[in-house]
Design a protein around this ligand. Structure first.
Ligand code: NAP
Ligand code: F7E
Length: 329
């Protein structure tokens, strides 16, 4: 029987990959999209004819309930959030409204409309914050940003609805995952795009913040597969999803510049304005439980990921140059 899924945050990086995955599995896919004065569906334009978009907002309970009524989903993936950590210090209240209370709104809508719907919550390794690696499902949480604090609320709201109402509600504690579709404000994409622009002569220098922070970076396409697997399991549980390999921002920068045969020392300067009020220094996840219970493992390595991002940004910037009629020599 054909399954139906509703994805909040379908216009984001993960939403686009998840929609593709579910379509490939024969799902009917609905996406909740908030109103915008300009077109904001770049990442899903190639599948626009295969999915149904429903207007709604995580800030608005009625619109979430309406979306559930209209789509009658078997599964809901709650990916919508204010997801940029740096912005969570300048907009802490809004981040709490979207990223924390938004989860309760979706859970409450499921409880009242149809508590049999299976629910996935996009939890984050940012919840571990200052807890040293390796981080597992059993590690302590100590978030270091309003974003991390908000995600922790959503995480425990999900567990609480599971325990209070017996709902099939799962939290995926996902470590950083990236792709050529990553927003330009996140460090991996900022670096891949700057490297491409420097190589093509469009940019002279790149400024960066903390080069010593370490992250466990994987590929978004691998990570949305884990989301789906969690909702197919026999019982609802929470899982860490990570590669188990941690690299510093410095290593990321070095790898990306080397791909285009450049030395980052010649182009990169540190801007103290890009340092965060509190940093998450060292993330490295242990996804043994997901491997054991779900059979999940990542396919794409860090090097392959950075390579694909730099390559796509080179192509995209070349197209922009070509469209502007500039000389490419
Ligand atoms: P993203 O690219 O920033 O996408 C966020 C999505 O949320 C966008 O579709 C955005 O819509 C939507 N959204 C924001 N506020 C909304 C609201 N009030 N109502 C409805 N939709 C709203 O994020 P992502 O990288 O795909 O991440 C997906 C989820 O996983 C997020 O919850 C993020 O916090 C979490 N997460 C991400 C990572 C990672 O490394 N990528 C790791 C752990 C957890 P617009 O297009 O209209 O802005
Ligand atoms: O920063 C450092 C920065 O913004 C990574 C989100 O998807 O993953 C993401 O959060 C590291 C930090 O991602 C710059 O200080 C240095 O240590 O790419 P980011 P994030 O904060 O780790 C988690 C798991 C999520 O859940 C979030 O939604 O890089 N860094 N220089 C920089 N970061 C940025 N953005 N820009 C810089 O210039």
């Amino acid at each position: 029987m054909t399954k139906t899924a509703l994805i909040t945050g379908i216009t984001g990086q993960d939403g686009s990959y998840l929609a593709e995955l579910l379509l490939s599995k024969g799902y009917k896919v609905y996406g909740l999209v908030r109103r915008s004065s300009s077109v904001n569906v770049e990442r899903i334009s190639h599948i626009a004819n295969d999915i149904t978009l429903i207007p709604g907002d995580l800030l608005d309970q009625t619109s979430i309930a309406n979306a559930i009524r209209q789509s009658q989903p078997d599964e809901i993936y709650n990916l919508a959030a204010q997801s940029f950590v740096a912005t969570s210090w300048s907009q802490p209240e809004l981040t709490g409204q979207f990223t924390a209370l938004g989860v309760t709104r979706v859970l409450e809508a499921i409880r009242t409309e149809n508590p049999k719907i299976r629910f996935y919550q996009a939890s984050s390794s940012e919840m571990f914050g200052s807890t040293p690696p390796p981080q597992t499902e059993k590690s302590l949480f100590h978030p270091r940003s309003p974003y991390g604090v908000s995600k922790l609320y959503g995480h425990f709201a999900t567990i609480n609805y599971r325990e209070s109402y017996g709902m099939f509600a799962c939290s995926g504690i996902l470590f950083n995952h990236e792709s050529p579709r990553r927003g330009l404000e996140f460090v991996t994409r900022k670096v891949s795009n700057c490297v491409a622009q420097i190589k093509l002569g469009l940019l002279d220098k790149m400024t960066i913040g903390n080069l010593d922070a370490r992250r466990d970076w994987g590929f978004a396409g691998d990570y949305v597969r884990a989301m789906w697997m969690m909702l197919q399991a026999d019982k609802p549980e929470d899982y860490v999803i990570a590669t188990g390999i941690s690299k510093s921002v410095r290593e990321l920068v070095d790898t990306a510049f080397k791909i285009v045969d450049l030395d980052y020392h010649d182009y990169v300067t540190v801007d103290p304005a890009l340092l965060r009020p509190a940093e998450v220094d060292f993330l490295c996840g242990d996804a043994s439980y997901a491997r054991e219970k779900l059979g999940w493992a990542p396919d794409v390595t860090f090097e392959q990921l950075v390579q694909s991002m730099v390559k796509e940004d080179l192509q995209r910037n070349r197209r922009i140059i070509a469209a502007s009629g500039a000389d490419l020599r």
